[in-house]
Structures are given as structure tokens and as C-alpha cells.
Design a protein around this ligand. Structure first.
Ligand code: SR1
Ligand code: MG
Length: 405
């Protein structure tokens, strides 16, 4: 495959920074002290650069293929433009909760981002059995800010129509449609599980209730252009800073290259699924109190989302037909859909191509039962999402499978 732009590497980064005036207040390109490639996601190159005065910057570059698999899986680098646009839009709505974009270079698909190296990726912290409090609440408020601030609830419909057109992201959405909804049911050759979980994966794929739920989830994902959502809001897309066991003193969302106008509940479902992985891991490690804490994050995020959404409903764009009763109805539908999307997200990370370290880094004798419990929880949610009456039902349904004896 031929690539028409130069990839960043340790030998050309100083020259790149010198050529980009926007970065000069953040780093001295003539006094670089270190360059580290820190990308651990599935798609991109990511570098952390420090100068001799300890000032830092992040450079992130989209490759024209999926990094996870190499150039056998081409992928548009235009996703970097989607990421820059969504980060800037979301940052304007909740500046304290979204990483700051210093520059976007559309010719080389490079984002320069504020240095968050004093933060930890939340998934990594969770996997070290650390607790950072109040992160889940802030993420609920973040989702509500996007839900109102980028939709017809908070903006003029002409502007929203224009934004829907500008933020189309079909190639990245197709990844989600395939990996998250279709492939857990219909393996195209990318699925993989431990031999001990082969029967669990087969039962999932043969479960007609699960398949019908995935059809419903995929349809809603593809048709409900509600708000400019993050699109991949797992615990690896969140950075936290602060002492273990204490309230986080900073929370930053990043990595929104999957952003598009989609269902508000998709971001909530992603968070709920990832809290569930943390709970399954804690149970596997015998950390039962921590497992219950991880699952309780679902209610913490939901309550904050609901509170913030309803607060914003008081003064949103149209309050005649879209009154408080309407807002309450939306809330109920979003809650149910979040259960549905969580079911999809839980199953895909167990059987599908891109997995999570919460489960993968467990020893096989712990991993197989943990994976089995997550699949059982996904199936239970898929069977009950449409009749769930309150958020406590998530913890009850999923807890029955994940929290063990
Ligand atoms: C080919 S990309 C695989 C996955 O990585 C991202 O984090 C998304 O979740 C995507 O589905
Ligand atoms: Mg990502």
C-alpha cells in the first residue's frame, strides 16, 4: 500500500514541531529531552515529547490502516479530522473534562494535544485495583452536556443539520456496526476466545433473543442522529489524575475519533459495559468489595447524567412541546437503550477482535470464568433491556452474573 504522507517518528518530530508555530508556547523544539511512542490503542501513533524544561506535548497521528492488524486493514486517516472536530466541540461544552487540542494538521492527520502525562488511563488504574472517586459522576455530566449542547435540544436546528452533515464518519461507524453488533452473532473470522469459552461464545451466537437485541441496537445506532457523541467512550478513553482512593482532581476524556451524530445512550452503554469489565476482573481476583464498587459506578454515572440532562432541560432551545414531561420520557428511553448498548459492548469485548485488558490480562484459569460471566450478563441484559424500570435493574441483572457468591 502506498502512503501519501510522512509518518511521525523520533527522527522527524523536532523538525515537525519547529514548523508548527501553534506548538511553540507548549514545547521548545530546539531543546527536546525525550520522545516516547506511547500509543496502546488499536488505531494510531501517539508520541509524548518533553523538552529540557519538562514541558510536554502529545502528537497523535492517524495511520491509513488499523494499527492493531497492520496495513492489511485499510482505514481512512480522515478519522483524525473527526477527532479534532469532536474534541474541540466537546471541549467548548465541558472544558474541564475534555483534552485541549493545540493544533490539527489535515495534511498529515496529526493532532497536537495538551500533555496529560501526569494523568493515568483510567482502565490502567482500574486494572491496578486503584480507585479514583467521582470520575463516574463527571462522565455522566459530560454525556449530558453533549446530549443537550450538540443536539436540537440545545441548538438551532439549521446549525444541527449542518453539523450532522459535517461530522459524518461512515468508515468508523462501520467498524462499530461490524465489530460491536454483527460479529458477536455472525463471526466473520475475527472472533477469538479461550477454548474453555468456545461453548459460551457458541451459545451467545445461537441465542435468538441476543441476536434480535443486536439487530435493534444496530438499527438505532445507524438511524438515531441525536447528538455528536464520543462514539468509543470506554475507560481507556478517559484519563484520571489524583491520589489512589481519593476524589480525582482531574478527569479528561480523549480519543473521540469514532464521534458522529448518534444515539446518546451509546456513550452511556459503553461506560456501563466497561464498569462491568472492571467488576468482573475484581471478582476474578477475589476483590469483592471493589467489584461491587465498580458496578455501582453505573448508578453514579446515570444519576449524574439524569440530573444534568433535566437541569439543562429547563432552559433548552424549545420548551413548549419539549417540556419536562417530554424530558422525562427521553430519560427513560435513553436508560433502556443504554442497557441495550451495554449488552452489545460487553459481548464484543469478550468474543470479538478488539478485547480489553481487564479480562485479557487475567490468568487463563481466572479469565475463562470471568469471560463467561460477562457473556451471561450481556445475554441477561439483551433479554430485559426494554422492560427495565430503573437504573438499579442494571446492577441487579449484571451483578447476579458478575459479583459471584
Ligand atoms: C479496528 S478498531 C477496533 C476497536 O478499537 C476501538 O477502540 C473501537 O472500540 C474499535 O471497535
Ligand atoms: Mg480509541
Amino acid at each position: 500500500m502506498s502512503h501519501e504522507y510522512t509518518f511521525l517518528d523520533a527522527d522527524n518530530i523536532a523538525e515537525y514541531l519547529r514548523s508548527r508555530a501553534e506548538t511553540h508556547d507548549h514545547i521548545n523544539a530546539d531543546r527536546i529531552a525525550s520522545i516516547r511512542e506511547i500509543g496502546d490503542g488499536n488505531l494510531n501513533l501517539v508520541f509524548h515529547i518533553l523538552d529540557e524544561d519538562d514541558r510536554g506535548i502529545i502528537l497523535k497521528q492517524a495511520l491509513p490502516y488499523v494499527r492493531m492488524t497492520g496495513d492489511g486493514w485499510p482505514m481512512t486517516p480522515e478519522r483524525a479530522a473527526r477527532e479534532a472536530d469532536s474534541l474541540q466541540t466537546h471541549h467548548a461544552l465541558t472544558p474541564e473534562l475534555v483534552v485541549d487540542v493545540i493544533l490539527y494538521d489535515p495534511e498529515r492527520y496529526i493532532l497536537a494535544l495538551e500533555d496529560l502525562s501526569d494523568h493515568a488511563v483510567w482502565r490502567d488504574a482500574l486494572n491496578r485495583s486503584e480507585r479514583h472517586e467521582d470520575v463516574a459522576r463527571r462522565l455522566g455530566e459530560y454525556v449530558a452536556a453533549l446530549a443537550v449542547g450538540t443536539s436540537i435540544l440545545g441548538q438551532d436546528r439549521q446549525l444541527v443539520a449542518q453539523r450532522i452533515a459535517e461530522t459524518q464518519n461512515p468508515e468508523l461507524c462501520t467498524i462499530t456496526e461490524d465489530l460491536v453488533f454483527t460479529e458477536p452473532v455472525f463471526d466473520t473470522g475475527r472472533n477469538e476466545v479461550l477454548p474453555e469459552n468456545a461453548a459460551d461464545a457458541a451459545e451467545l451466537a445461537a441465542d435468538p433473543t441476543f441476536a434480535a437485541a443486536m439487530a435493534e441496537a444496530k438499527w438505532r445506532f445507524m438511524t438515531q442522529a441525536e447528538a455528536l457523541i464520543h462514539g468509543d467512550l470506554h475507560t481507556g478513553s478517559v484519563m484520571v489524575r489524583g491520589a489512589e482512593g481519593a476524589v480525582a482532581d482531574s478527569v479528561k476524556v480523549f480519543d473521540s475519533e469514532f464521534a458522529f451524530y448518534g444515539p446518546i445512550a451509546f456513550d452511556l452503554g459503553a461506560l456501563f459495559a466497561n464498569y462491568s469489565f472492571a467488576a468482573a476482573r475484581a471478582t476474578a481476583l477475589g476483590e469483592h468489595e471493589r467489584a461491587a464498587w465498580a458496578l455501582s459506578l453505573v448508578t453514579e454515572t446515570w444519576d449524574a447524567f439524569e440530573r444534568e440532562f433535566l437541569t439543562r432541560a429547563d432552559s433548552w432551545y424549545e420548551t413548549q412541546l419539549f417540556d419536562m414531561a417530554f424530558a422525562q420520557q427521553r430519560i427513560e428511553r435513553i436508560r433502556r437503550e443504554a442497557f441495550l448498548f451495554a449488552a452489545a459492548k460487553m459481548a464484543r469485548r469478550i468474543v470479538g477482535a478488539a478485547k480489553v485488558r481487564d479480562i485479557e490480562s487475567l490468568d487463563p484459569e481466572l479469565r475463562a470464568p470471568a469471560a463467561r460471566s460477562v457473556l451471561a450478563a450481556a445475554r441477561a441484559l439483551a433479554a430485559s433491556w426494554d422492560s427495565a424500570q430503573n437504573i438499579a435493574e442494571f446492577e441487579r441483572t449484571v451483578g447476579a452474573e458478575l459479583l459471584g457468591a
